[in-house]
Design a protein around this ligand. Structure first.
Ligand SMILES: C[S@@+](CC[C@H](N)C(=O)[O-])C[C@H]1O[C@@H](n2cnc3c(N)ncnc32)[C@H](O)[C@@H]1O
Length: 212
């Protein structure tokens, strides 16, 4: 089986796309992106990213993990960042590339499984994780960020009693998981979905890797 979870770096430590292949969940996400016309339209990047865009280091490398159709990746590229977008859905990434061409920006894309990822140490300035949770990827996020690099994280929180789906955070979990980082912003609140407009409980974290 081909490997989808390894990056290599060239001599400048820039990211090179890994080999492409399929993933069991990719079919579901590909179908959704293909059949639901809302994904063909322009949506809004995360308000968190917009509000804290001033923290983005000019010209830095941004890794958008589980980028989907890339609302946040495109926004970062429009801010002059070098952006790499990863997702298991090649359809989502194709829509992202089409939108990037329309907007006149460049975003590198790679089909990539974040369940057991490997990233080389200290290769990105900013890591984006929006509306996606794969706890097994946390060590790789930690490794990929350069000292001083920023993690932007926003995803859904489990707020009611009962079973916790694995893709929902527990209240307070996010700042605890990155307690070794400098916490710049940490909030649990309700926000509207970028396309559905539905209110959802979410946790937001912006955290800086120490050691700069
Ligand atoms: C709710 S969407 C979020 C997309 C984008 N981050 C945003 O906020 O608009 C979740 C994304 O996670 C991707 N995904 C699911 N499992 C994944 C995995 N194991 N590795 C990489 N991407 C995955 C899906 O294909 C989908 O695009």
């Amino acid at each position: 089986m081909e490997e989808t979870n390894k990056f290599q770096t060239d001599s400048n430590h820039s990211l090179i796309s890994p080999i492409r292949c399929s993933h069991p969940d990719a079919e579901r996400w590909n179908g959704r992106y293909q059949s639901d016309g809302k994904y063909q339209q322009q949506g809004h990047p995360s308000q968190l990213l917009q509000d804290f865009a001033y923290l983005l280091p000019p010209g830095g490398v941004v890794l958008d993990a589980a980028a989907g159709v890339g609302l946040n990746a495109l926004f970062a590229a429009q801010q002059g960042m070098k952006v790499v977008a990863l997702d298991i859905s090649e359809v989502g990434l194709r829509l992202l590339r089409q939108k990037a061409a329309e907007l006149g920006v460049v975003v590198d894309t790679a089909v990539f499984d974040l369940i057991t990822p490997y990233f080389p140490p200290n290769c990105v300035d900013v890591l984006l994780n929006f509306r996606f949770l794969e706890r097994a990827a946390f060590p790789a996020y930690r490794q990929a960020l350069r000292p001083g690099g920023l993690l932007f994280f926003e995803t859904f929180v489990h707020t009611e009693a009962g079973d916790t789906p694995t893709y929902l955070l527990e209240p307070g979990e996010l700042p605890q998981a990155f307690a070794d980082f400098e916490i710049v912003h940490s909030v649990e609140t309700a926000v509207r979905g970028p396309r559905s407009g539905k209110w959802r409980d979410i946790a937001q974290l912006i955290a800086r890797k120490k050691g700069d």
